[in-house]
Design a protein. Structure first.
Length: 228
């Protein structure tokens, strides 16, 4: 398996000082910066769009992992790419032409991700794997931070792990990830972990320790070394 990636989600950051928060988690050891984009339509919340991504881009050289919980997504892919996203993930449930969406993301020079909700079967991503650089299994129903990990998604993670075996595809989980659940997700086959409250609680002085604890949980669960 690939070495684990820890991607703090700024959904749980202090929105009054997002640039400072991004710099803080970057310096604290985050591998990626996860940006949750919500439209109030596909999910019951509204967050931010390309202008915020563009404003944050100068504050970190880390991989900007843009998770689009919006429908339709296609009209906005170029805007997020131009704003500075390195990877763009779209939901399989968000449109009828998801293969075209993934192709567009790759044509824009970005890494393409496909996400599925907890109630969506793993089989939905199988026909799309040739176009995917990342598969995201939501471990909560998307729309809000601070939710509890849905344990039935462990079976979905394991099924996707079997599907992507031998491919250079990251298997990401998002929702309710903390030092305990990261171990469960890692054992099931995940290698990329989005964490919100588990990182951002306690203020910037705690970020490094919290990221390290999550990383240790991910690596210890799968027997990997701590080198990233």
């Amino acid at each position: 398996m690939l070495p684990p990636v820890i991607a703090p989600s700024i959904l749980s950051a202090d929105f009054s000082k997002l640039a400072e928060e991004v710099r803080a988690v970057d310096e604290a050891g985050a591998d990626w910066i996860h940006l949750d984009v919500m439209d109030g339509h596909f999910v019951p919340n509204i967050t931010f769009g390309p202008p915020v991504v563009k404003a944050l881009r100068p504050h970190s050289a880390k991989f900007f992992d843009c998770h689009l919980m919006i429908a339709p997504a296609d009209p906005y892919l170029a805007a997020f790419a131009q704003a500075g996203a390195d990877g763009i993930t779209v939901h399989a449930e968000a449109g009828p032409h998801i293969h075209r969406s993934l192709q567009t993301i790759r044509d824009l020079g970005k890494r393409a991700g496909i996400a599925i909700n907890p109630g969506t079967p793993a089989s939905m991503v199988e026909p799309l794997l040739d176009m995917a650089d990342l598969v995201l299994v939501m471990t909560v129903n998307p729309g809000f931070g601070g939710q509890s990990f849905i344990r039935s998604t462990l079976e979905t993670i394991a099924r996707v792990r079997t599907m992507v075996a031998g491919r250079d595809i990251r298997l990401q989980v998002d929702g309710g990830i903390d030092p305990e659940t990261v171990r469960l997700a890692s054992r099931a086959g995940a290698d990329t972990f989005v964490a919100g409250n588990a990182v951002f609680s306690g203020g910037p002085g705690a970020y490094a320790e919290r990221i390290a604890t999550i990383r240790e949980g991910a690596e210890g669960a799968s027997g990997r070394s701590l080198a990233v």
